[in-house]
Design a protein around this ligand. Sequence first.
Ligand code: CTP
Length: 225
Amino acid sequence: MKIVVSAGPTREKIDPVRFLSNRSTGRMGYALAEAAAALGHETILVSGPTALAHPTAVRFVGVESAAEMAAAIKREAADADCVIMAAAVADYRPKYVAAEKIKKSGGSLTLELERTEDILATLGAETGGNCRRILVGFAAETECCREHALEKLIRKNLDYIALNDVSRSDRGFCSENNALSIYARDGRCLELPLASKREIAAAMLEIVLTKPTVRNQSENEEAMQ
Ligand code: CTP
């Protein structure tokens, strides 16, 4: 199979020396790419800036901004069998990027932000019918976790969503370990208890690559009730 995995944060430029970003380390996405390659799949890792070494046996595509990530993912997803979006893509970027370094002044500074493209939602809108690829997202939540994850699964038309409870410091963002609840579009929920990101990645791939979901919107919505 051709498997595309995104990982890491994006950087949204403010001026030539500053950007908006987030605390994603990229570890979960890199572990998924390594696990996919170890299973013998053609694996493409589209990554924002991280401190991690490039995994072996993986084609690496480095990007910075959400727009660059969107372009790379859409290009690679065209003939992919599975796309897993583990990247923490910025939802907003500065509306205007200053050509020169912004100098401080006495008063406050207001940055106007605009929405970035939701890459998963774009892919989800194309998926179904003749487009058979498996689409997997992540949801990082701090409250009403299940409800938010299921809402994203439906809205973005995904096969699976992996819920990270980021209110817990022993897992997810900036941790070596993770625990996930994986919701399928047909209503199944599979719990992956706390383990290393490497073990979680292998278990998650086993689920999303070998247990196909039903691609039928009304059937799915019924299952969720
Ligand atoms: N995602 C994406 N494109 C974006 C933003 C996010 O493809 N511009 C993907 C992420 O890679 C992840 C999932 O969407 O798989 C996260 O969904 P999202 O609704 O963005 O979750 P949050 O960022 O947690 O959003 P919110 O703040 O609304 O909860």
